[in-house]
Design a binder for this molecule. Structure first.
Ligand SMILES: Cc1cc2nc3c(=O)[nH]c(=O)nc-3n(C[C@H](O)[C@H](O)[C@H](O)COP(=O)(O)OP(=O)(O)OC[C@H]3O[C@@H](n4cnc5c(N)ncnc54)[C@H](O)[C@@H]3O)c2cc1C
Length: 431
């Protein structure tokens, strides 16, 4: 049965599961958008963490165009006071002995993630959202009826639910189960493991070695690590790695990897804590249903290598809220929401193709030639900058590479090495 008449009206209650950037953005936009139409609603955010003590796994880089997202999507001023460092560029380390500097980053800032999450949640609360510090343990959707939300503290009846629970396995499983009966959260996103370490650093050393550049690594010898990075913050650096089935031994190995060791050799690494997390690499199978929209990481709409997860969280949270208020909360009314992100979904094919090309290029050592060419070729440097900074789509990047006049020579060399690459490469299979 179609429920095309489901609408948010005076007195409606919307439960937001998760108070990260996506959940807070959704709550802010729900309240603003409803207020603009004179509709009185109740927004309740359930958040299991206490952001005074726990924080969400993240390096904390707010990427361009974060300012515009705040102003355009949320009608809010960008929180300048949270900036710890402005990022000016990147240093790529594709192998042990080659580096490539890419400058020209703009409007990208390092922040402390815990402060950012606190700021966003407080902004939602100031507008009138209720925050309940409790985990949601189950939900019941039965088509046209009210949704029941079970928490560690009790029970709530809601007219609609925003799924902003990130990559939390527990609740994703619950939603997947609930979707069998009523809606379409058929499959949580596929993920890579991540490990993060934070090391304090003397300010002179910070300036001398890192300045305001992010160092990015693709350490071929460390087979389980797909990529790693070191990001300068206020008075510390964040070291992060991503790959499949990572353990603390992989982080130990990364810290000992010569190009990384070279950068951090003056640091006291004794007693360094590691934090584990996940990174989506393939979208969830369905993100809307009657009275339901998933937002942020729960949608898995993040592009490989590009990050910008916070941007996507804010954009999807705000868009889902806008559509809920203006179009309604039936699956068909909400279909305009995923359509607004078709460009991200469409780019997944190119993102996966690009990821495979990168892995094969590294396995063959072909990447060294690309880096050497990029030293003197501004066009190629520009393409690589777009890859690392996350500007533009993979579709455009792949086409820019194919339209390079040197592409014929590059392509010839690449394909000459391909059989060996396929033999050596066991691409990091997605889970
Ligand atoms: C190692 C690492 C580094 C990253 N670095 C960056 C970066 O520098 N820049 C960037 O833009 N992105 C980065 N990302 C991605 C970014 O962290 C995410 O894309 C972003 O946090 C997504 O926001 P979200 O609100 O969807 O999910 P989350 O931030 O994960 O928030 C989900 C919230 O839901 C809560 N929750 C979950 N289940 C329940 C439940 N059952 N009941 C109640 N609450 C629940 C959780 O406690 C959590 O607070 C990084 C990710 C990783 C893993």
């Amino acid at each position: 049965m179609k429920n095309d008449n489901l609408k948010i009206i005076d007195g409606s209650t919307i439960a937001v599961i998760g108070g990260g950037p996506a959940g807070s953005a959704a709550a802010i936009k729900l309240i603003k958008e409803a207020g603009g139409k004179g509709i009185k609603i109740k927004v309740i955010i359930f958040e299991g963490k206490d952001f005074d003590r726990h924080y969400n796994q993240c390096v904390g880089v707010l990427s361009y165009p974060i300012r515009e997202i705040f102003e355009r999507n949320l009608d809010m001023r960008f929180p300048e006071h949270l900036i710890k460092r402005e990022i000016s560029g990147y240093v790529l380390h594709p192998s042990d002995n080659s580096t490539l500097e890419l400058s020209g980053e703009r409007g990208t800032y390092a922040t402390r993630r815990i402060l950012f999450d606190r700021f966003m949640l407080a902004a939602a609360q100031e507008l009138g959202a209720d925050v309940i510090r409790s985990r949601v343990t189950d939900t019941e959707f039965n088509g046209s009826g009210i949704v029941k939300v079970y928490t560690e503290d009790g029970f709530l009846k809601a007219d609609a639910v925003v799924g902003a629970f990130g990559l939390d396995d527990g609740i994703a499983g619950v939603m997947e189960h609930a979707s069998r009966h009523a809606f379409a959260y058929k499959r949580p996103p596929k993920v890579l493991d991540t490990l993060v370490a934070k090391a304090h650093i003397d300010l002179n050393m910070m300036q001398e070695i890192f300045g305001s550049r992010i160092h990015a690594f693709i350490p071929l010898e460390l087979k389980k690590i797909e990529f790693g990075a070191i990001t300068p913050k206020g008075d510390h650096i964040i070291i992060n790695i991503a790959g499949r089935n990572l353990t603390s031994v992989d982080m130990d190995n990364f810290l000992g990897y010569p190009p990384v060791r070279g950068l951090i050799k003056g640091l006291n690494l004794a007693g360094l804590d590691y934090y584990k997390g996940k990174y989506p690499i393939r979208p969830a199978g369905g993100i809307i249903g009657d009275r339901f929209a998933a937002v942020g990481d729960a949608t898995g709409l993040i592009r490989p290598y590009k990050g910008k997860g916070i941007n996507v969280a804010l954009e999807t949270g705000a868009k889902a809220a806008e559509i809920m208020i203006n179009n309604g909360i039936s699956a068909s009314a909400l279909s305009a929401y995923p359509q607004a992100f078709d460009h991200l979904r469409a780019d997944f094919f190119y993102g996966r193709l690009f990821r495979l090309l990168v892995i094969l290029s590294i396995k063959t050592g072909f990447v060294e030639r690309v880096m050497a060419m990029a030293q003197s070729d501004p066009y190629l440097r520009d393409v690589l900058f777009k890859v690392v900074s996350g500007e533009g789509t993979y579709h455009d990047i792949v086409h820019e590479i194919f339209s390079m006049k040197e592409f014929a020579a590059l392509g010839y060399n690449f394909f000459r090495h391909l059989p060996l690459a396929v033999f050596k490469a066991k691409p990091y299979a997605d889970r």
